[in-house]
Design a protein. Structure first.
Length: 312
């Protein structure tokens, strides 16, 4: 049996005067999934997230968010938490007071230990008693996430949650979200960082000018890519270049494209290929006694799809 849907949206449109922010959007997000929303500036990501949070009503279309119909009222539906444009925090209260106030407002029962554990989880124990006024963007992001998570949401909606985070902060946020999803919370987040989305999300939706250009698993996106650019490092660059040039479906790129053989190339070889041709190349290299030390996509499937769709 398939996983029940946390979000089911059909033919949703949103107009702001003459501006069409969302145009005929369909979206299915199963319960417990971490779903990434990507797209260029102005694509409609924040508008869609705002709709999930009950802050914006659709102009047309319909949807089901958890047990609720897509908002006609401007209120965050029960079971949903999150934030747009940074978390709403009280600057004059301490980090700890912010969490206890947020809990009190949400009506969720909790105890002091839970609050302290959450501060520890997001790496803010050492500043628990400091006022939020002096916090950096990354600290605010982590505190906002902690406040949202403490309310035990069934759906967590986050606009650019990795903004301003250093690598340690990013890992803490990743751990919190992965743990939440493993316990059944659905997470929908937007990001301009493709590497974050790929590291964290099960599925992704690419929005372009308010329309869904792609929605589905990242693996499907990779499979739909005819050809990707790769960087190849081997034990014998000259032989590798010769073998690559003679392999059907391999296209040399950059400085190697159409160039006479470089007798002693030292740079990595750049080439474009689909997966079957790449498999063939690796077999031929092995048969030719050339060891493959590194074979990596120059752009990930998500980055490549994004650039193709935005025609950059
Ligand atoms: N309240 C509003 N009033 C008028 N236009 C709006 C409003 N909110 C969004 N828009 C417009 O709707 C379109 C989509 O905006 P939205 O903020 O949803 O895009 P986005 O994908 O989140 O962009 P970014 O990556 O820059 O945050 C844009 O053209 C924007 O100018």
């Amino acid at each position: 049996m398939s996983t029940p849907l946390a979000i089911r949206i059909r033919a949703v449109r949103k107009h702001f005067g003459d501006i069409i922010a969302l145009d005929d959007v369909d979206l299915d997000i199963p319960t417990g999934q971490i779903h990434g929303l990507v797209g260029p500036n102005g694509a409609g990501k924040t508008t869609l997230l705002g709709m999930l949070l009950g802050l914006t009503a659709p102009t047309a279309g319909e949807g089901q968010i958890l047990d609720h119909q897509l908002a006609r009222t401007r209120a965050v539906p029960a079971g949903v938490a999150g934030f747009l444009d940074g978390p709403g925090l009280y600057p004059t209260l301490t980090a700890r007071q912010n969490l206890t106030s947020s809990l009190a407002l949400s009506g969720v029962r909790s105890n002091d230990d839970t609050v302290d554990e959450m501060l520890e989880t997001v790496g803010l124990s050492n500043v628990a008693h400091e006022r939020v006024r002096g916090f950096s963007l990354g600290m605010r992001q982590r505190l906002g996430l902690a406040a949202a998570v403490l309310t035990k949401p069934r759906l967590l909606v986050l606009d650019e949650p990795a903004n301003g985070l250093d690598p340690a902060g990013k890992r803490q946020v990743h751990d919190v979200l992965t743990d939440l999803a493993a316990r059944g919370t659905t997470v929908v987040l937007s990001s301009h960082r493709m590497d974050d989305v790929e590291a964290l999300c099960d599925e992704v939706t690419i929005l372009m000018s308010g329309r869904v250009a792609f929605t589905g698993p990242l693996a499907k996106l990779a499979a739909e890519n005819d050809s990707l650019d790769y960087r190849l490092v081997t034990s014998d660059p000259a032989s590798a270049r010769r073998i690559a040039a003679a392999t059907h479906g391999i296209h040399l790129r950059g400085a190697d494209e159409g160039m006479a053989a470089d007798p002693a190339p030292t740079r990595p070889l750049l080439l474009a290929a689909a997966t079957p041709a790449l498999d063939e190349l690796v077999s031929r290299l092995a048969r030719g006694g050339v060891a493959v030390r590194e074979l990596t996509p120059v752009l990930s499937p998500l980055e490549a799809a994004f650039l193709t769709l935005t025609d950059s």
